[in-house]
Design a protein around this ligand. Sequence first.
Ligand code: 5GP
Ligand code: MG
Ligand code: MG
Length: 177
Amino acid sequence: MAFYENDVGTLIDEAKLQERVRALGAEITRDYQGKELTLVCVLKGSTFFAMDLARHIDLPLTLEFLGVSSYQGGTETTGEVRITTDVSKPMAGKHLLIIEDIIDTGLTMSFLLENLRARHPASLKLASLLEKPARARTKIAIDYKGFVIDDVFVVGYGLDYAEKYRNVPFIGVMKGK
Ligand code: 5GP
Ligand code: MG
Ligand code: MG
């Protein structure tokens, strides 16, 4: 029995996840033909999605990682965001595709889009595995969207609960929370 089975129920299973990620990879491959792509993976939650997605993008690409910390005001982000780990190269003139795990209030992504746009990339788009529209505080256009979910707290496939459960191989919900 897996370590998480008592705590985590399934919301989106592995087969469904992989099928969707494969389709998004094919779409990105078509859209960026002839271009060199830079994936900007937002630590830590997007890493599982980003690595699976990268395998399905049939183009030359570069990986960059960006860490952000959002100040918590009660249970949600206040919109005050800080970059804790920055990308390793200048982003000017590059075709950037941000890879995020989930757009919840949208405040983190609103900050990140503005921050990266100020670095003058050739283009800037967003891929997010999940979107929780019920909690949106600002409108974020997601160019490549995995799934829209209800207002539930999810874990797995990179997403954590107090830093745990990231390695659960599907998108799950905490039981009794
Ligand atoms: P925001 O509210 O700024 O859109 O989202 C900030 C961050 O909160 C997300 O990138 C994600 O790391 C985290 N987050 C939002 N909703 C969930 C959720 O349901 N589960 C987990 N594990 N993290 C979430
Ligand atoms: Mg995130
Ligand atoms: Mg987290």
